[in-house]
Design a protein around this ligand. Structure first.
Ligand code: ATP
Ligand code: MG
Ligand code: FE
Length: 343
């Protein structure tokens, strides 16, 4: 089965063609990051309008890249939520219309299921069951994954998502947009241990997270070391490093708990923050210690992309699931409310 996948939940227009026999045929992406940079964050109305401009040309391009005649697919899948309503509506409307024109089924996909299944696109994919740590701009979740659509939430963030914590802290430190990757780059130049920030929630049982307090701790440190209102670059790098270590150590501790509680031998990380080099290093060390394996997507599939949506949607179309002719999208959509796919 060959499917076209469309992702427009936020500020990336992503499209891909996936074939259940041959794997990923082609994928392409346009990031609106430069457009939103001057506002220091995503402006929803601008995002929707840009998806309108970019989506159809990108769809044509992905068929060309794959050398597949335009429209030769068995289904069209699209992100139906969670995300920005206007942005989602663009992808859903275009996807639904194309499916109707081409007389093939359409299906709305859960964006976080896309992230969760992204490592399945790699050469050595994880096998069910596994523990998934989903760490993105809007979500932080530990999930017990038994199969496609079989998700039990073990823990989540009570306040800021992991990516959001990176982004907000970076902004506060005066780093350019988008902050997360910038902050992690700066952290790599710093020395661990110079500044120790608290590891939030680790002294409590359970697998929930809380990151918002770290922002304040960093703000206080920055203020403390300001000389004439500026903080030396070196000190900033050490603060960034201290922040990053605190976030990552918290995640490592919670992941260890999740592996212990479930007894699973595989840990999957996905979402934008899973691109973080230090997080991968530290989780790999913990996994090895427990004789478990760590899986993650290639860097470009950590953040939003069409390939993960095409893959997730294809699994569901193969199981016979379909969306009807109505165009429905959801800003919020609990991951553990999805229909299970049994093989
Ligand atoms: P969601 O998937 O929850 O709807 P989103 O789609 O905006 O949110 P993603 O595209 O998965 O999120 O990831 C973007 C997030 O990843 C941003 O918050 C960004 O700062 C963060 N991020 C990207 N690279 C890194 C990195 N190397 N270190 C830390 N954070 C990173
Ligand atoms: Mg984005
Ligand atoms: Fe995302």
């Amino acid at each position: 089965m060959r499917v076209l996948g469309i992702e427009t939940s936020c500020d990336e227009t992503g499209v891909a063609l996936y074939d259940s026999e041959r794997g990923l045929l082609a994928h392409t992406l346009f990031s609106q990051v430069a457009m939103h940079a001057e506002f220091g964050g995503v402006v929803p109305e601008l995002a929707s309008r840009d998806h309108v401009r970019k989506l159809v040309p990108l769809i044509r391009k992905v068929f060309d890249m794959a050398e597949v005649p335009f429209g030769e697919v068995d289904g069209v899948v699209y992100t139906a939520g969670p995300g920005l309503i206007g942005a989602l509506m663009v992808g859903a409307s275009v996807a639904r219309s194309l499916a109707w024109t081409w007389d093939v089924p359409a299906l709305g996909v859960h964006h976080m299921e896309g992230h969760l299944l992204a490592p399945m696109l790699e050469d050595r994919p994880p096998r069910f069951p596994f523990v998934a740590l989903l760490v993105s701009g809007g979500h932080t979740m530990l999930v017990d994954v038994q199969g496609v659509g079989q998700y039990r939430i073990l823990g989540e963030s009570l306040d800021d998502a992991a990516g959001e914590a990176f982004d907000k802290t970076a902004k506060m430190m005066g780093l350019p947009y988008p902050g997360g990757p910038m902050l992690s780059k700066l952290a790599d130049q710093g020395k661990p241990g110079v500044f120790e920030f608290p590891r939030p929630m680790v002294d409590r049982p359970g697998m929930d997270f809380s990151f918002s307090g770290l922002k304040t701790a960093v703000r206080l440190k920055v203020a403390e070391h300001a000389v004439d209102e500026t903080v030396p670059e070196e000190v900033m790098a050490d603060i960034a490093c201290g922040f990053q270590e605190a976030v990552i150590d918290t995640m490592v501790i919670k992941c260890r708990r999740a592996l212990k509680e479930t007894g699973h031998r595989a840990l999957v990380i996905a979402g934008g923050v899973s691109a973080n080099r230090r997080l991968r290093e530290k989780l790999a060390a913990m996994a090895e210690e427990r004789h478990c394996k760590l899986f993650y997507p290639r860097l470009e599939f950590c953040t939003d992309n069409g390939a993960m949506i095409a893959y997730a949607g294809c699994q569901r179309l193969l199981a016979g699931q379909r969306s009807d002719l109505g165009i429905e999208v959801r800003a919020r959509w609990p991951l553990d409310s999805l229909e299970a796919v049994h093989d």
